[in-house]
Ligand binder design. Structure first.
Ligand code: COA
Length: 464
């Protein structure tokens, strides 16, 4: 049975912080953000927006675009790491908002939960809902998986320039117009880690940035190894002498906490995959530099990071490798188009990978690439930590959906925040009703109860 993504809709808040203004205010070189990390704008929520209303706005868009009625939707899952409650799931808030439009109890039949595993949970949600359909449990209905997050870090921290906000809703069914998932190859890796976590009651995470960068790549590589085994044993791919599975993946989408992380991860995976192939010898000869090896090749991530001589050499090697024609070809053909939206919007945690996919579709289409039958690989990562690698093939009907994709117009008129406004919002100095923008045709938060017996209850309205 073909199961996959039938439609995608996004909701990105219209406020943003400009990376150059931000860098100047923090006494940083603007090139570090733009060239070093690939960040030019970071989307920010207004005071009357939260992850639940962004999720509901993305859902409403997908319902309207695909002309769905509530009866067509059998499951609604929200994946987020910006949870609003320790117990009440975010999909219930979303259902509440959608029922303001579609009528009381119109989604009463619709099951679902909120899923959490840092940035990877949306991928688990997609996989579980695909399997619900494959198992024949859906009764012909579709599932909606929404990924919604506010990536928020402490003021003055090194994470502060990797913020952003937004939601992406994906319609999953057995007649997908965008992409069919490859069956029986989805693979995961998992390990108990503290690279990035957010203890109860804390609004911003505790982050070990360089550790998380390296762990991300190691975990995705592990999941890719398992994917490779499955791809070969199921016959999805048949490798000839000197080939790697990456040769059979036309486009790659990586988790993007910032856009250059995609490039870093691609380089890491290619090095791993090409290392034993004849092509690698030629590249090494051309580069005139051997690949460095850590003092303790079987050491921990900490020992590798502490091996400063190796880290410096490896950095130099990575930079040289990134300049080779061989890497540039793969980068331009398979990855570059997926990074454009991230540069414009920033970090969306769970939604980052899918913003990348959305970006790949729109910008490849604009280039005139024929995507039909092309295989797209996904490298999903969530701190804490787990990775998921999976793939899909673009469906013949994809143009029906992709021809109308336009990030700029879907985001609407974006408004630049001054650094003072940004810091006021960041530090929660404004109440929900002290919003900067006048919202139209979307859900907004109007109240959060503070009296003890109804503390934390949230009220949303649809602004006509
Ligand atoms: N001009 C151009 N590039 C510059 C520069 C300048 N003036 N100054 C620095 N850079 C480059 C660095 O060379 C580096 O790129 P490289 O790794 O390709 O060499 C990049 O900018 C980042 O700088 P660096 O100093 O290494 O990192 P940082 O201390 O600013 O931290 C993160 C970066 C991503 C680790 C940090 O923002 C963070 O912790 N983010 C949150 C966690 C996260 O996103 N983790 C990712 C995995 S989930």
């Amino acid at each position: 049975m073909a199961v996959g993504i039938d439609d995608i809709a996004l909701y990105i808040p219209r406020l943003f912080v400009d990376a150059r203004d931000f860098a100047k205010a923090r006494g940083m070189d603007p090139d570090k953000l733009q060239r070093g990390l690939g960040i030019s704008k970071m989307a920010m929520v207004d005071t009357n927006q939260d992850p639940a209303c962004m999720a509901a706005n993305a859902c409403l868009r997908i319902m309207e675009r695909s002309k769905l009625a509530p009866k067509d939707v059998g499951r609604l899952y929200v994946a987020t790491e910006s949870s609003l409650d320790e117990s009440k799931a975010m999909n219930s808030y979303v259902i509440g908002m959608l029922e303001q439009i579609y009528g009381d109890d119109s989604f009463g039949h619709c099951g679902g939960i909120e899923c959490k595993f840092a940035c990877v949970s949306g991928s688990y949600a997609l996989y579980d809902n695909s399997n619900w359909i494959r198992a024949g449990e859906s009764g012909g209905k579709s599932a909606i998986v929404v990924v919604s997050d506010i990536a928020k870090y402490d003021l003055g921290s090194s994470g502060e320039y990797t913020q952003g906000a937004g939601a992406i809703a994906m319609l999953v069914n057995d007649n997908p117009r965008i992409m069919q998932f490859d069956p029986k190859v989805t693979s995961t890796s998992i390990k108990n880690e503290y690279d990035f976590y957010r203890p109860f009651g804390k609004e911003t995470p505790i982050v070990h940035g360089q550790y998380s960068n390296l762990l991300y790549m190691i975990q995705v590589k592990k999941a890719l190894m398992s994917y490779k085994e499955k791809a070969l044993s199921t016959g999805l791919m048949k490798l000839k002498e000197g080939e790697t599975i990456l040769d059979y993946i036309d486009f790659l989408n990586m988790h993007l906490p910032y856009s250059n992380m995609g490039k870093k991860a691609l380089s890491y995976l290619i090095r791993h995959e090409w290392r034993k192939l004849p092509r690698w010898k030629k590249i090494i000869e051309k580069m005139g530099m051997e690949e460095p090896i850590p003092k303790d090749p079987r050491g921990t991530i900490e020992s590798v990071l502490a091996d400063s001589e190796f880290m410096a050499k490896d950095h130099e090697f990575t930079k040289k490798f990134a300049k080779t024609e061989e890497f540039q070809d793969v980068y331009e053909q398979k990855l570059a188009s997926s990074l454009i939206a991230s540069q414009m919007i920033g970090n969306l945690y769970t939604a980052s990978l899918y913003l990348g996919f959305r970006s790949c579709l729109e910008f490849e289409f604009q280039k005139g690439t024929d995507l039909e039958g092309k295989r797209v690989g996904f490298g999903s990562y969530g701190s804490g930590s787990s990775a998921m690698v999976f793939s899909g093939v673009i469906a013949p009907e994809y143009k029906e959906i992709v021809k109308d994709m336009n990030l700029e117009s879907e985001m609407g008129n974006r408004i630049k925040l001054s650094l003072e406004e940004y810091e006021e919002i960041h530090e929660n100095k404004r109440g929900p009703n002290e919003n900067l923008l006048d919202s139209k045709k979307e859900f907004v938060l109007v109240d959060v109860e503070s009296s003890p017996e109804i503390k934390g209850q949230r009220k949303y309205i649809y602004k006509e």
